[in-house]
Design a protein around this ligand. Structure first.
Ligand code: GLP
Length: 241
């Protein structure tokens, strides 16, 4: 595992974008596992800037996103599909038919999840998976206490995750209570993992994930067993390490 410390959010975003860019340049038809949340926004901005300068080409890239709220359509401005369009896909030359996000509108959870596992298999697996981390150590929407061996599944979001995400919605009641998420098994099957974290609210989760016992109670702790993990974090997020 390699840990890079960035000076601040911008520096972390640029360093993470450099690592993602290297993947894109070395393998122009790479499958990128992408993530939402506020943390990767700066990284996406940097990638867009480099694309506009002519330094990056997304035309052969495929992407698979980690998760989506159950019940939200891609047009809903709080859906993760909408987030990806706004923060990356609409600004680069990626072929949108090769950008995958779980189908939040599929009511049959088993079907939504089986379909998404099929997508991941059909694209040939993930070359580089980007991850943020929740304050409780969740990755994607794999909440504490879930089995490590799951593939894509439907989760009941924890109270703390619902609260943390409420800032994006008009009221707590509007925050979806369930989501479809890639499982830890999908994430661990990625060839490379890039974890990005900033701010003191992530310090405890980051410490436990990188140095604590490997336990489903801290979902990101499983990353200690992956052979190619790069962490980019700021001083605050690394403050307990
Ligand atoms: C959500 C997402 C995660 C993300 C987490 C942290 O729960 N499903 O993928 O890592 O939020 O978000 P943020 O980066 O805004 O702190």
């Amino acid at each position: 595992m390699i840990i890079y410390e960035g000076k601040d959010y911008q520096d972390v975003s640029r360093k993470a974008a450099n690592i993602m860019s290297a993947q894109i340049i070395m393998k122009p038809n790479a499958v990128l596992g992408l993530a939402t949340g506020s943390t990767p926004v700066g990284m996406y901005k940097q990638l867009i800037e480099w694309y506009k300068k002519g330094d990056l080409d997304f035309s052969q890239i495929t992407s698979v996103n980690l998760d989506e709220y159950k019940g939200l359509s891609g047009d809903n401005d709080q859906s993760y599909r909408y987030f990806m369009n706004m923060n990356l896909f609409d600004h680069v030359n990626i072929d949108k038919t090769r950008t995958y996000v779980p189908n939040g509108l599929e009511e049959d959870s088993d079907k939504a999840c089986a379909d998404y596992n099929e997508v991941i298999r059909n694209v040939g697996g993930i070359d580089m998976q980007l991850l943020g981390i929740g304050g409780n150590g969740h990755i994607g929407f794999n909440e504490p206490g879930e089995a490590f061996e799951k593939e894509t599944h439907c989760v009941d979001l924890t109270e703390s995750t619902i609260k943390a995400n409420a800032r994006f919605f008009e009221s707590m009641d509007e925050v979806p209570k369930q989501a479809y998420t890639m499982g830890i098994k999908n994430i661990m099957a990625a060839k490379k993992i890039l974890l990005v974290a900033t701010g003191s609210a992530k310090a405890d989760a980051l410490y436990k994930s990188l140095y604590g016992p490997i336990t489903p109670n801290v979902p990101a702790s499983i990353l200690q067993l992956h052979q190619d993990v790069t962490v980019v974090a700021d001083e605050d997020a690394l403050s307990l390490i």
